[in-house]
Design a protein. Structure first.
Length: 200
């Protein structure tokens, strides 16, 4: 009986030593790992610099024709044009779309006799056409009721384009009540979009 107690107590003591030894090993391994850990870091910074997108718009000579009457193509070409310039002031390509938006204070219901000529400053062979021959698109201005696309294209880096717009009543406009004493009010709107690869 005494020998059993003796062996049991020795067994418990050995078991205790073994548990203590395991705890010391775990503690030593954790400490060693922390002491021997190596950390590397990148020498240079990772940097992202955003590109620039900006197109400048300038204009002069808004169209203001009083007592308009039907005129020929030749006479329409002699009118003082509304001139506007768009310039890409950044390195990225810019797609542009030129729209003519008809404002809500227009009381001329039929646009089929409005003739227009839009040409770049260096173009002389462009022919005029009726406004309604252009495609309609969604309006941009709050007070616009209809929008027609007149031209679209691209601006390269630091590219500048100047346009001339002339509007008049077509020579075949009939002398009817629906056209007489009416107002046609509109604005040019240029929508530009960032276009990195569109030029290609």
């Amino acid at each position: 009986m005494n020998s059993k107690k003796f062996f049991n107590s020795r067994y418990k003591l050995k078991k205790g030593y073994l548990v203590l030894l395991l705890l010391l090993l775990i503690l030593f391994a954790g400490t060693s790992f922390a002491l021997w850990q190596i950390t590397f870091k990148q020498k240079d910074d990772n940097t992202i610099t955003t590109g620039c997108f900006n197109v400048v718009f300038s204009d002069k000579n808004p169209i203001n024709i009083k007592n308009a009457s039907p005129i020929s193509e030749e006479a329409g070409r002699k009118l003082v044009p509304y001139e506007f310039t768009i310039k890409n002031v950044c390195d990225n390509f810019a797609a542009y779309q030129i729209n003519l938006e008809i404002l809500d204070n227009t009381d001329l219901d039929d646009y089929q006799y409005i003739r227009l000529l839009l040409n770049e400053e260096n173009e002389s062979d462009v022919k005029s056409k009726l406004l309604i021959a252009n495609a309609t698109v969604a309006t941009t201005l709050d007070n616009a009721v209809t929008s027609y696309t007149l031209k679209s294209g691209y601006l390269e880096s630091n590219d500048t384009k100047t346009f001339n717009l002339r509007l008049w009543l077509d020579k075949d406009t009939p002398a009817i009540f629906d056209i007489m004493d009416k107002v046609f009010d509109s604005k040019i709107v240029v929508n530009t979009t960032y276009s990195k690869d569109a030029y290609n």
